[in-house]
Ligand binder design. Structure first.
Ligand code: SAM
Length: 249
């Protein structure tokens, strides 16, 4: 039996690849990638010629048995995603689960991850946080998810995309209330990297004033819920009141 390496790759700046990541990517027999074109660009910039094996979110279930067989035959493999940490809103956990079942060694390298980089630049508490990935695309499901998080006191991390961010912020405003502090972190490690935090009502105005403010890749860091001394109503009650107010307006 050989080893499956989990190898994070840069999220915008090639210099963020680690020495260890480069050395593993050169040494393994195969690199398991989501997308040939994206990974070839990365490998070419470091003159790495290791053969690729494709596994993405659509075919992970089907590909796992063949990959396990290769590992059992004695091949070392490295899993990468298009950018950042594999398995974090990217394929891989089924493969790792199968490796554990088959007693195949898994080694996870530390490295770039958009969620952690965004959290660290947000200025919000980092001692307890909750990674929520992408919110559901359907409005009703999105609101239901947010309602479940209404009284979550840990800092919340969401991945988002430019064509849905305004809807996400509107739903957050209606669910959490306009005062909830949210930080929009964009284009980490790229030329237009920016961090802007404000109560969600102001943040929504700010992003709607200028479409370039929602260009590129983005993460939302949302302050956790904390009860204020003079809060008479529970967050759930407040949410119901906001819905009533919306209905009546
Ligand atoms: N596995 C990756 C990671 O953990 O870094 C994330 C993959 S997920 C499919 C892609 C999302 O990550 C984007 O929609 C965005 O929310 C976030 N993201 C990736 N790169 C980013 C960057 N440079 N700046 C801000 N957000 C980024």
């Amino acid at each position: 039996n050989k080893t499956l390496y989990i190898v994070p790759t840069p999220i915008g700046n090639l210099q963020d690849i680690t020495y260890r990541a480069l050395s593993i990517l050169c040494q393994v027999n195969y690199i398991i990638a989501e997308n040939i074109r994206r990974t070839k660009i990365l490998l070419n910039s470091f003159s790495i010629r290791t053969p690729l094996y494709i596994m993405n979110r659509y075919n992970e279930n089907i590909k796992v048995p063949a990959l396990i067989e290769k590992l059992q035959q004695g091949y070392n493999m490295a899993l990468v995603s298009d950018a950042g940490s594999p398995l974090i809103n990217d394929p891989g956990y089924r493969l790792v689960q199968s490796c554990h079942k088959k007693k195949i060694k898994v080694v996870s390298l530390p490295g770039p991850c958009a969620a952690i980089a965004a959290l660290c630049s947000s200025g919000l508490p980092t001692n307890r946080f909750c990674f929520e990935g992408f919110l559901p695309t359907k409005k009703s499901a999105r609101v239901d998810r947010l309602k479940l998080l209404l009284e979550e006191s840990r800092t919340l991390i969401f991945y988002d995309v430019k064509y849905r961010i305004v809807d996400s912020l509107k739903d957050m405003l209606n669910t959490f209330g306009g005062e909830r502090y949210i930080v929009l972190v964009r284009e980490l490690s790229k030329i237009w990297e920016s961090v802007y935090g404000a109560p969600v009502s102001q943040l929504l105005d700010w992003v709607q004033q200028d479409k370039t403010r929602i260009q590129g890749e983005m993460v939302l860091i949302v302050s956790g819920y904390y009860a204020k001394k003079n809060d008479i109503l529970s967050p759930k009650m407040m949410h119901t009141m906001r819905l009533l107010a919306l209905e009546m307006s």
